[in-house]
Design a protein around this ligand. Structure first.
Ligand SMILES: Cc1ncc(COP(=O)(O)O)c(C=O)c1O
Length: 386
């Protein structure tokens, strides 16, 4: 345990001394907001598991059954999906599971539905597999609702996969049960398989409950692959571990077959840390991180309102705010301007698809001190444009 609030200790000077890509891509006078990584220390429980593994010289080729058993327990307890370790495949983070899901479902030229906007690597997986992206537009003015009627219209005989990201990056939505049922009905009616990325499942606000799509009914469960990981909750992206679960035996068998000899799971150190990250021992972290992020979200909303010319839909989940800026500049122009003039580095909204035009994405997983400095810099730079 930490002596002080671990979520509120980050300083600019400290982060510049720390390792990690986020703070070392831009010059040191720029505050980075582009990458979904935490400005928080690593939980002691995770560090202990890693150090113990080194002490025990757990660095040989090794089995992953203990890690998968811990993952299955977590899925049963937290997601309400009845599963065993045999239904789970460890992946090197969540991103490779996107590629694997296409390998399992599609031939070249088949269609994959994904939202616009959406986290970029989904599109990359479509591109490298020579499949065809079919975009499901999410509208900012409509609160980024997931309208199953729109989804239904996109399905053709060539549609083989629907990608779902919930909680959604970058829109910050947590899907309601009704929205999930709508997606499940379309998928089941048209016999289209689904890959759901639930990596941000722990970061949901205002007492919301994250719902795992595969728990809705046995039909959708049989057609769904669900990916989880640890990078977003615990700031351990460097461990490069995710896990893909399919209770449909043929599906998980084929996923393993597609990966054989190409994907090697993950490192022994990551596997050694998995049990504690799946366990109740870190429930305090899951609870406290959300309390802290709700506070940071509130600070951002207040300042966005005061600055003016910024609209946003309330962040329901994730620590990625996706506001829209009415300053007569495109996303790319504004990103560049804020980098040069404001010394802050959010991501351009169009990096997530054409419907991200006008938006910037800010990772807000930082301390109050840093977010206040970010917002001061944003205000100063934007006022020069008024
Ligand atoms: C929705 C989503 N999926 C996957 C990833 C990648 O996660 P990992 O590094 O664990 O593969 C991210 C990273 O931000 C993400 O936001």
């Amino acid at each position: 345990m930490f002596q002080t609030d671990p979520f509120n200790t980050a300083t600019i000077e400290g982060m510049l001394e720390a390792p990690g890509e986020k703070w070392h891509v831009y010059p040191p006078d720029v505050i980075p907001l582009w990458l979904a990584d935490l400005d928080f220390p690593i939980a002691m429980e995770i560090k202990k598991a890693l150090l113990n593994a080194v002490h025990d010289e757990d660095l040989f080729y090794n089995l992953d059954i203990d890690a998968r058993k811990a993952m299955a327990e977590k899925i049963n307890a937290r997601n309400g999906l009845e599963t065993t370790y045999e239904d789970i495949m460890i992946t090197q983070g969540v991103n490779p599971a996107m590629w694997l899901a296409i390998r399992h479902t599609c031939k070249e030229g088949d269609e994959v539905v994904l939202t616009n906007p959406m986290y970029g690597p989904f599109s990359n997986a479509v591109r490298v597999t020579n499949t065809k992206p079919v975009h499901w537009p999410l509208e900012f003015d409509e609160g980024y609702g997931f309208d199953a009627e729109v989804l239904k219209e996109l399905i053709t005989p060539r549609t083989k996969l629907i990608y779902v990201c919930n909680p959604h990056n970058p829109c910050g939505r947590v899907m309601t049960e009704e929205e999930l049922k709508g997606i499940a009905d379309v998928a089941v009616d048209h016999k289209v398989k689904v890959m759901v990325d639930e990596l941000h499942e722990d970061i949901v606000y205002d007492g919301r409950k994250h719902i795992t799509l595969a728990t809705l009914n046995p039909e959708i469960e049989a057609q769904t692959m669900t990916a989880w990981g640890f990078s977003k909750t615990f700031g351990v992206a460097g461990l490069q571990m995710g896990f893909l679960c399919a209770t449909n035996k043929e599906m998980i068998e084929d996923l393993r077959k597609q990966a054989r000899g190409v994907m090697r799971g993950t490192s022994t150190l990551a596997k050694a840390a998995a049990p504690v990250m799946c366990s109740k021992a870190l429930d305090w972290w899951r609870r406290d991180i959300v309390v802290h992020l709700e506070k940071i979200r509130g600070i951002c909303e207040k300042r966005f309102d005061e600055i003016g010319g910024i609209t946003y839909s309330k962040l329901e989940g994730t620590y990625l705010m996706f506001p829209k800026f009415d300053y007569g500049k495109t996303s790319d122009e504004l990103r560049k301007y804020l980098l040069e003039e404001g010394k802050i580095a959010p991501s351009s909204g169009t990096g997530f698809g054409s419907n991200g035009e006008g938006h910037l994405r800010f990772c807000i997983a930082t301390s109050e001190a840093i977010i206040n400095e970010v917002l001061d810099r944003l205000e100063k730079a934007l006022h020069k444009l008024k």
